[in-house]
Write a protein that binds this ligand. Structure first.
Ligand code: AHM
Ligand code: MG
Length: 335
């Protein structure tokens, strides 16, 4: 007659954030409140994605986003949810979203000290097939005295105070890291509606023979990129070539890479000379997560991704990120 063992000492994201806040005596609690608003938007988006197939929310909403991609209803909903969460938090002065052409300034949040960049639903081409998508976010602090201007967000990733993403897969997985801190992963328990700390202090394996890239673009790659990926298909020290894994949802490909190790890349190429992924809300937040987990992230010039400064809010970069030693191999091919 076994009684179910229930762990009554679970660490929720709310508890985690509160405990983190008490570690910083000077903390005002604003960052914690901002994170609560973020967490609410992730829970809502997770809910709507799950509901989408049931109530037939998917399909074209009849508008396209700033980059001309087809925009699905869920993109619109998630974007609106995210914007409202940031506005109502009172702690966000300005917001950059992949779905918005211009910076949104929340004039009503006059005391707010944070600037946020987000991709509300990354990998949306996968939505109709029920394949994992994700929300990516990066948080900057306003310069002293600033009430919010473009320069407060057009900063290199090295200045991010926090960044992370939520992947909406079999369960929703939230990964968050703060400047100079560890990387922590939380799983949404749908029963109690809380993100639970399930992956404390995530560390990416130092090496792993897995690569993740849209190889259909190899026609457009330069010789160094071609040479690098070709080398992975040759027998390695263990006699075996690398395995390929590509979902086409960066958050999902990156999350797997973070857990298992290996490399994810979306290189700049002849078709997209500046790469495809956006610096502010795709590349930089991911680079911060990977570095803080012991990995690396560089652009197509082999420059540290966190040092890349965008000129415009939607600027793109090529990216290679993953296990420390795997990124070293990419660099070696570019010397
Ligand atoms: P999106 O923000 O419009 O969804 O585009 C970004 C996505 C990434 O999730 C993914 O890595 C990439 O586009 C896939 O692109 P491709 O289909 O060219 O391989
Ligand atoms: Mg995207």
């Amino acid at each position: 007659n076994e009684t179910e063992k229930v762990n009554t000492n679970i660490i929720t994201l709310t508890r985690f954030l509160t405990e983190e806040q008490t570690k910083h005596k000077e903390a005002s609690g604003d960052f914690t409140l901002l994170c609560h608003a973020l967490q609410f938007s992730f829970k809502s988006i997770a809910y709507y994605i799950r509901r989408a197939t049931l109530v037939n929310l998917t399909g074209l909403a009849g508008s396209s986003n700033t980059t001309g991609d087809e925009q699905k209803k869920l993109d619109v909903i998630s974007n609106d949810l995210f914007i409202e969460a940031m506005r109502s938090s009172g702690k966000c002065a300005l917001l950059v979203s992949e779905e918005e052409e211009n910076i949104i300034f929340f004039k009503e949040n006059a005391q707010a000290r944070y600037a946020v960049a987000c991709d509300p639903i990354d990998g949306s081409s996968n939505l109709d097939a029920g394949v994992s998508v994700g929300t990516i976010f990066g948080i900057h602090k306003l310069a002293d005295g600033s009430t919010g201007k473009a320069e407060d967000i057009l900063k290199p990733g090295s200045e991010l105070v926090a960044a992370g993403f939520t992947m909406y897969g079999a369960s929703a997985q939230l990964v968050i890291t703060q400047k100079g801190g560890t990387v922590n992963g939380f799983t949404l328990d749908n029963g109690i509606g809380e993100f639970i700390l399930t992956h404390p202090n995530m560390r990416i394996p130092r090496t792993r023979q897995i690569y993740s890239v849209n190889e259909g673009n190899s026609l457009y790659w330069d010789d160094r990129v071609k040479g690098y990926f070709e080398s992975l298909k040759q027998p390695q020290e263990n006699g075996k070539p690398y395995s390929a894994r590509y979902i086409g949802s960066m958050v999902a490909d990156a999350y797997r890479t973070l857990l298992y190790g290996g490399i994810f890349a979306y290189p700049a190429d002849k078709k997209s000379p500046k790469g495809k992924l956006r610096i502010l809300y795709e590349c930089a937040p991911m680079a911060m997560v990977f570095e803080n987990a012991g990995g690396q992230a560089v652009d197509s010039n082999m420059k540290r991704m966190l040092d890349v400064v965008p000129e415009h809010i939607h600027d793109k970069a090529g990216i290679f990120m993953g296990s420390y030693d795997e990124v070293e191999k990419v660099k070696a091919f570019h010397k």
